[in-house]
Design a protein around this ligand. Structure first.
Ligand SMILES: Cc1cc2nc3c(=O)[nH]c(=O)nc-3n(C[C@H](O)[C@H](O)[C@H](O)COP(=O)(O)OP(=O)(O)OC[C@H]3O[C@@H](n4cnc5c(N)ncnc54)[C@H](O)[C@@H]3O)c2cc1C
Length: 315
């Protein structure tokens, strides 16, 4: 596995923002991830697991450590796919962490397997979705997660069950441990008949279409910037919308006029613009409603509010 120097990260993010990775590699196997971590440890470099960059803001100055990009780990293995004759039997799918979640959702729907309909059109990788407990339309990855093969920061290959993951709203144990998921195993349910198969396909497609209709892909973004505060009971996007902040700009970054919890890149936005906008939104919402919004997006390469893996000598 080649370790490259000075690789632009913006093309690997849905925001299309950010500088270069000082070091970059794209492992194909868990053993290559171990080797990458050992390489970083030997040089006392920080490292970061990158999926499909759909929940990420990379600093304009880039990242001084090693990016471990799971993009090439996209195998999908269906087990029990012949179980259509056995109603309600679970089908297990094992996929590489870099596998695109929306592709997996489509393949599952094509096979008449239920459980991933919520992920129709959901950007990102299954590794990222499992790490962040991605959710949509009332379902989340935790609902179907069985286990993951992970590499620990110390370089051990381990299995993590659903209980190990300690799933909560937009949270998993991986966010604290810094372990890298190499593959993820999910449980899906086989359709009992053609009508059910059709319903699974229709729901998956409907969820994708909703995203397109809502304009989610019209401009580069990282999806929702802020988590929702379920205790408060008002979505963060509604707070931002009610405060009249849609369309507020900093440089080429703008609070989306379609979805107030999205910040969009009008072409040339810098990470500094996005950060400025985020700070302004937080101040205004706190002043107006006494609510401190919490970021959902991950920061990479910033001095402050550094992400969990942005520190040398993990493990
Ligand atoms: C238009 C749009 C709509 C979106 N809608 C939703 C939505 O409805 N619901 C939702 O939950 N999210 C949504 N998102 C955010 C994003 O798609 C998901 O959170 C996605 O699951 C992130 O996966 P990723 O591979 O892109 O992760 P990345 O952005 O690459 O990384 C995010 C975090 O996950 C970690 N990570 C990535 N891969 C691994 C791995 N293999 N092992 C360990 N850690 C890893 C990274 O280190 C980082 O901390 C949206 C984003 C966009 C752009």
């Amino acid at each position: 596995m080649e370790i490259q120097e000075s690789v632009p990260l913006a093309p690997y993010t849905t925001f299309r923002i950010g500088g270069n990775a000082r070091w970059y590699c794209a492992p194909q196997t868990s053993h290559e991830i171990c080797a990458a971590l050992a390489w970083a440890r030997e040089r006392a470099l920080p490292w970061f697991a990158l999926g499909r960059g759909s929940n990420l803001l990379v600093a304009d100055a880039g990242y001084p450590g090693l990016i471990i990009h799971t993009l090439g780990m996209h195998s999908i293995a269906w087990e029990g796919a012949a179980c259509a004759a056995l109603p309600e039997q679970a089908c297990v799918v094992r996929c590489g962490a870099g596998c695109a979640t929306a592709v997996l959702a489509d393949e599952a729907a094509g096979r008449g397997l239920s459980g991933l309909e919520f992920a129709g059109g959901l950007p990102g990788s299954i590794g990222g979705a499992s790490c962040m407990n991605a959710r949509a339309y009332g379902s989340e990855i935790a609902d179907i997660f069985i286990e993951a093969e992970v590499v620990t920061p110390g370089g051990e290959i381990m299995r993590r069950t659903r209980a190990d993951m300690r799933y909560a709203y937009k949270h998993s144990a991986l966010m604290e441990s810094g372990e890298i998921a190499c593959s993820v195993t999910l449980a899906l349910l086989c359709a009992r008949d053609e009508a059910e198969r059709e319903m699974i396909r229709a729901r998956t497609e409907e969820n994708r279409t909703k995203r397109v209709t809502m304009g989610q892909f019209r401009r580069p973004s990282a999806g929702c910037v802020f988590k929702n505060d379920y205790a408060l009971g008002i979505p963060s996007g509604k707070l931002i919308d009610d405060a009249g902040l849609k369309g507020m700009r900093a440089g080429c970054a703008e609070v989306s006029s379609e979805h107030a919890n999205f910040i969009v890149n009008h072409g040339d936005a810098r990470a500094a613009d996005v950060r400025e906008l985020i700070a302004r939104i937080k101040d205004i919402i706190n002043e107006k409603y006494g609510v401190m919004l919490e970021e959902e997006i991950t920061y990479l390469g910033f001095d402050s509010a550094a992400p969990r893996q942005d520190a040398p000598h993990r493990g």
